[in-house]
Design a protein. Structure first.
Lengths: 121, 753
């Protein structure tokens, strides 16, 4: 089963992702912050990482750097409330950049596409 | 990545720089303060502004850093442009980073390397898309600069560029003023030389043309040379003539008597007499001499006809007077009128008529600009009589000309119809421009330089054509003639007119420079306003970042779960409805957030060729139902045949909708909405007028401030976004409003080829 690691500090939102992505047939684990994400990814490398960027501390970016440093084959989807930094972060080798929305269609679509592309390789 | 921490600092820096720039017009002071501000958000060791020298392959460091002691490329000292950083920037219009002067490819790098500078950043200073120079930063460390500095510079450089350009322009004006003064000084110098010459002549008895006579104490003429009767206009010297028979002295003052009394020194007088209807000036000098007995019993009298010289002196002082008058106005239309009046005024150059032609470089033609003079002999007699009575002095006449609007005489109208292409060299006007030499025509009917057309236009036998020359190029031509008095045009006249034309051309150039200076100041004001707004937008960017984070996140959770509930297809209808409402409301809120994002990170307009009237028609169509519902009457008033413009139809439609929405919201009781399109110079103007409640001045002041609203359900972003869009189109948004009567919002979009 495809394993997705969601990094999200807001408890309720994390629950939403867990429910919705599980319903899509993925196995979902949640990390509450960057440090936890790094440890979890090391113990059990996920097939895909969904990452929130917390602008003030930017720990999402740091986490991404660390995880990619360990295993640069894990695809990453940035899912964030900040729309205006898209251009900056796209260059940081994320596979997709999604502005958070209550409508998860776009997020799900991006995950599916990336995984399919990986499988084809 | 220090982007986030820099936000507030950058905002403060921009606002400080804005204040500094509006505080004075001295570039050096401003520049020093701007550099100090920049240091807060950018690290560097040296900064300078470089500009190319016109028509020369050199550049000049205009202002070197005031805050650093590194001495390289001395301020004000030209250096070769070739291969320099500035040359590249001029060529590409793009910023350049030199990572290491040790290996960089620009000619100036070696110099910098020697001075301890390792890396450099040059950023273009552009005025209306044209690079006028660059601002250059340097650092002692290699690889010091990066593109992350560009957004900040992009914000500040247009202002600095405008300011630099203005300073250069000011210098240009001062320079031509200086040249102006020199011209006066030259005239004064010539006058002074003449005076000295006159002085010298008083001592040297130059027999040629000078009447000499020797008198005794009894004022009997003992001897006279042949010149004396000629000078005094007598056919012969009567035998035994006495002093007063020739010299027409007054009893009270006789230089001869004076000379005899004091028995030393010289006495001089100038006599005016009228001969053959012309005024003549005669200068008498009496010099006491010793007689045979060794007493001062004789007087030698020298008489000279100084009419010519007197005239030249008078002309010189006239030229000075005219020059000063021309200097009094910077309004080009008034100046041209003044020039023509000077050529025709009886107290000045006294031609019967004067015509002015100007060169239009762009169109490659010379065209008739204005003319002064009567249309017939009778009119001439009447007008001259009238003018000399009403304005006894030149000063009074010129003053009147300055205050009065020029009259449109038939001659003026006729002149304005003339246009000659610059390649039509057989036309004397064109030839005069090309050769930059005056052309004197004595016999228009047979002179090969005069075409039939021109001869018929002018209708006079004799005329003169002088060029208006500045900086080695002719900007126009003055033509003058005397068809009514028939007075011949002498070399003297031509000479005088030529000198005057030189003054006139300089004054014209001055006025033109001033005009463009005024335009520049206007541009500066606009840039300043724009900067003010960008300051607000930075503030807004911060707010939107905050909103995005604080609101978007909970919205995701709320809406997301509502969607989950919806998907489970709940049995109870109440639950399904509630979930649907939540989903709808959340997506509405998310859309608003999307809008706010739009102006913190603006989208480039995608411009296409559009007929504005079609766009207006479309927009009106969209709103017709909405208007009818609210009892609002729509009047469309579109000017036909407007040129197409380049614009982003979606964005402009958004602006129109925002304006219409505001207009409708101001007419709660219904009213009339007028949509009008019209050409205004190089813009197409669209007016949206309502008959609504209008705005109080305090409201009007704030309507472009983000989130300002007077409405309970408003968000206060409609006009901010509209303004931004119009700005991105290089257009303008204007407002006028009368409280209780209504408002008009005008959108001006530039017409582009
Ligand atoms: N045609 C008008 N007549 C009178 N007042 C106006 C007009 N247009 C704008 N205003 C004033 O300018 C304010 C700001 O307008 P703006 O369109 O930016 O925001 P808004 O209309 O209040 O909200 P929204 O963002 O929903 O459009 C308005 O609240 C109103 O006070
Ligand atoms: Mg509005």
């Amino acid at each position: 089963m495809t394993n997705i690691l969601v990094v999200e500090d807001e408890k309720n939102q994390a629950l939403l992702y867990r429910n919705e992505l599980s319903a899509e047939g993925y196995s979902v684990s949640v990390a509450r912050d960057g440090r936890e994400a790094v440890t979890m990814a090391k113990l059990n490398p996920p097939d895909l990482l969904v990452l929130d960027i917390n602008m003030p501390g930017m720990d999402g970016i740091e986490a991404m750097g660390k995880i990619l440093g360990e295993n640069n084959r894990i695809p990453i989807v940035i899912n964030t409330a900040y729309s205006s930094f898209k251009d900056n972060f796209m260059t940081w080798s994320a596979d997709a950049y999604i502005v958070k929305s209550a409508d998860l269609t776009e997020l799900k679509k991006a995950i599916k596409e990336i995984l399919e592309k990986r499988k084809a390789q | 990545m220090k982007l986030v921490e820099l936000y507030p600092a950058r905002k403060e820096v921009i606002s400080n720089i804005q204040r500094i720039i509006s505080s004075s017009l001295n570039l050096k002071d401003i520049y020093a303060s701007v550099v100090n501000e920049l240091k807060k958000v950018m690290a560097f060791d040296r900064v300078s502004i470089s500009i190319p020298i016109e028509g020369d392959n050199q550049a000049i460091t205009f202002v070197a850093s005031v805050t650093s002691t590194i001495n390289v490329l001395e301020e004000g000292k030209p250096y070769p442009l070739k291969g320099s950083l500035l040359e590249r920037i001029l060529l590409t219009g793009e910023p350049i980073i030199v990572e290491d002067t040790k290996s960089g490819s620009h000619s100036t790098n070696g110099l910098f390397y020697k001075a301890g500078i390792r890396s450099r950043l040059g950023y273009p200073l552009k005025v209306r898309g044209r690079v006028i120079g660059s601002i250059n930063f340097s650092s002692m460390e290699p690889n010091h600069f990066s593109t992350t500095q560009f957004p900040l510079l992009e914000e500040i450089c247009p202002q600095l560029a405008m300011l630099t350009e203005n300073t250069l322009l000011f210098e240009k004006v001062t320079l031509s003023e200086e040249r102006y003064k020199n011209l006066y000084n030259n005239a004064r110098l010539a006058e002074e030389q003449l005076r000295q010459e006159k002085e010298k002549l008083d001592y040297v008895v130059d027999v040629l043309g000078i009447g000499l006579c020797l008198m005794d104490r009894g004022m009997n003429i003992l001897w006279a040379n042949a010149n004396l009767p000629k000078v005094w206009g007598l056919t012969e010297l009567p035998k035994g003539a006495r002093c007063r028979d020739v010299f027409q002295c007054t009893e009270a003052y006789c230089p001869v008597a004076r000379a005899l009394e004091s028995a030393e020194g010289r006495y001089r007088e100038i006599k005016t007499l009228v001969r053959d209807g012309r005024r003549r000036y005669i200068e008498n000098t009496a010099i006491p001499l010793q007689d045979e007995k060794g007493e001062m019993g004789r007087v030698l009298v020298l008489s000279r006809d100084i009419t010519q010289r007197e005239k030249r002196l008078r002309q010189l002082s006239l030229l000075r007077e005219l020059g000063q008058a021309l200097h009094k106005t910077l309004n080009i239309e008034k100046l041209l009128n003044l020039i023509l009046t000077s050529v025709t005024a009886g107290q000045a150059l006294a031609f019967n008529r004067a015509f002015l032609f100007l060169v239009d470089e762009e169109k490659g033609s010379v065209y008739g600009k204005a003319a002064v003079g009567p249309s017939s002999g009778e009119e001439a007699a009447r007008v001259w009589q009238d003018v000399s009575q009403r304005y006894p002095t030149l000063e009074e006449l010129l003053k009147e000309v300055m205050e009065r609007e020029p009259l449109d005489s038939p001659l003026n109208v006729k002149t304005r119809l003339l246009v000659y292409p610059l390649n039509k060299e057989e036309e004397i006007v064109v030839r005069c421009v090309k050769e930059m030499r005056s052309q004197v025509v004595k016999e228009a009917a047979t002179d090969p330089r005069v075409t039939r057309e021109f001869r018929e236009f002018l209708g006079s036998k004799e005329f003169v054509c002088v060029p208006l020359v500045v900086k080695g190029g002719a900007v126009g031509v003055i033509i003058a003639d005397n068809p009514y008095s028939m007075e011949p045009i002498t070399d003297d006249h031509v000479h005088l007119l030529n000198i005057f034309a030189g003054q006139a051309a300089l004054a014209m150039e001055n006025a033109e420079t001033y005009k463009s200076l005024e335009e520049k100041i206007e541009q500066l004001r606009e840039t300043q306003e724009r900067l003010c707004r960008s300051e607000r937008l930075v503030a807004m960017g911060e707010i939107s970042t905050y909103i995005a984070h604080e609101i978007r996140n909970p919205l995701v959770t709320i809406g997301g779960f509502a969607r989950s509930i919806e998907k489970t297809k709940p049995e109870e209808e109440d639950v399904a409805t509630a979930a649907r409402i939540i989903v709808e409301e959340v997506s509405r809120l998310e859309k608003i957030l999307g809008n706010i994002k739009d102006f913190s990170k603006p989208q480039e307009p995608r411009k296409v060729r559009v007929d504005i009237n079609t766009l207006l028609e479309d927009t009106c169509c969209l709103t017709e139902g909405y208007l009818r519902e609210r009892g609002i009457n729509l009047i469309k008033n579109f000017s036909p045949g407007l040129p197409p413009t380049f614009l982003d139809p979606a964005q402009i439609k958004q602006v129109l909708l925002n304006l219409v929405k505001n207009a409708v919201e101001s007419m709660e009781e219904g009213g009339t909405l007028t949509v009008q399109s019209i050409r205004e110079e190089q813009y197409i103007r669209t007016d949206i007028s309502d008959t609504g409640q209008g705005m109080a001045p305090e409201v009007m002041e704030k309507i472009f401030t983000p989130f300002f609203t007077t409405k309970t359900s408003g968000t206060g972003v409609g006009l901010v976004v509209s303004h931004k869009i119009v700005d991105d189109h290089d257009g303008k948004l204007r407002v006028s409003s009368v409280q209780g009567r209504g408002s008009t919002f005008s959108m001006l979009l530039p017409i582009t080829e």
